[in-house]
Design a protein around this ligand. Sequence first.
Ligand code: LLP
Length: 426
Amino acid sequence: DAADSSSVRRLSEWDAAELQTLVDGYGSPLYVLDLERVRQNYRRLAAAFPDADVLYAVKANALGDVLAALHEEGAGLECASAGEVKRALEAGASGSEVHYTAVNPPARDLDWVVDAWDEHPELTITAGSEDTIDRLADRGYDGRLCLRVNPGIGAGHHEKVQTGAAAKFGVPAERAVDVLADAAGRGFDVVGIHSHVGSGVSSDQLDDHREFVARMGDLARKVSHVVGDLEFVDVGGGFGVPYREDEEPLDLASVAAATRDALGEVDARLAIEPGRYFVADAGVLLTDVNTVKTARDTTVVGVDAGMTTLIRPAMYDAYHPIRNLTADTAADERETVPQTVAGPICESGDVFCADRELPTTERGDVLAIGNAGAYGYEMANQYNSRPRPASIVLEDGDARLARRRETVDDVTRVERETHSVSETAS
Ligand code: LLP
């Protein structure tokens, strides 16, 4: 599969009976992640970019098993917070394999990461503003520094994830040389420049990708004249994956060729840091149907997962494929009718799809929601005081519980602990 430069695992390819057994054993809702697919996705991408440093953007799925598997495959880990750096180090990454991308970093994060730097002097911090550089200097940091630049061009599946032109990210490219020269003068070890165009970039946005990378190449050449050679030019992640059944996967060979071509001659390594690409199609979310209701204009299918479990449809109007596992393993074929699949949260936006043609649903059926491996559990929350679901990983033909289901007791735990601490204190 690694030799193939484009591949997708569709929701229809998952084994319905096996998934059904997992829900029977571990309950619903349930996240399932196939680590073998994660590894395949990594190998295919690494093969398409043979001379690049490949990092994994931890934010897409920070489960310890995922980090350990990708690290074992050879990925570095790009981290967005102190918590992610902690996870990366716990998964076995060495300092040199960890990049911390600081976006308006809270003081607590900087304190934590600079502390960790003591023990891991090879870690890299990517700063996106002069203030961040000052705040690092204030803490005595003079280690490996990369500068996040804002090239003024964005792309991605939704305006909320087009980072390349969003003012909050990076130093405007036209000021980058001065900022880096200043940092080098202050004793920082300037190692790279970084930018991220956005997330979910599809093949029809390849021109934007090219323009974005070309601007990074131009900047790298300017920086090397003024500040000296860089170790790497990191052009971020953003590799899109198909969510709709009829969408074709990216051809990585042509993305890689376009990237190289647009970057031009630079005396530095190319670095990339995809998240979604490695994990999206490796994961499904399973959910029980508890209600089937004839509403005025549609049939509503009530399930126990909601926008607190998988927020992407509510937040970005994202499409996720949905499959009725029970109908697929039943003896008789069911008629298809338009249905609205909705969760238990008290918001009208808590729907996974509206009026989608699906096989007639019955109470007690199990639905699988596809492409849930990226930005699924990571964005789950406890709104409505709802516990988060369990996560299962599949590896070597076995299924194991990677993270238990939260209980209602977990939902109130921090408050209870707070009260017992203050009672002890008083
Ligand atoms: N590098 C940086 C600095 C990033 O901010 C991101 C994603 C990535 C890499 C990885 O991007 P990817 O390869 O996964 O597209 N929650 C949204 C996606 C937000 C992405 C934020 N940054 C979603 O569910 O679509």
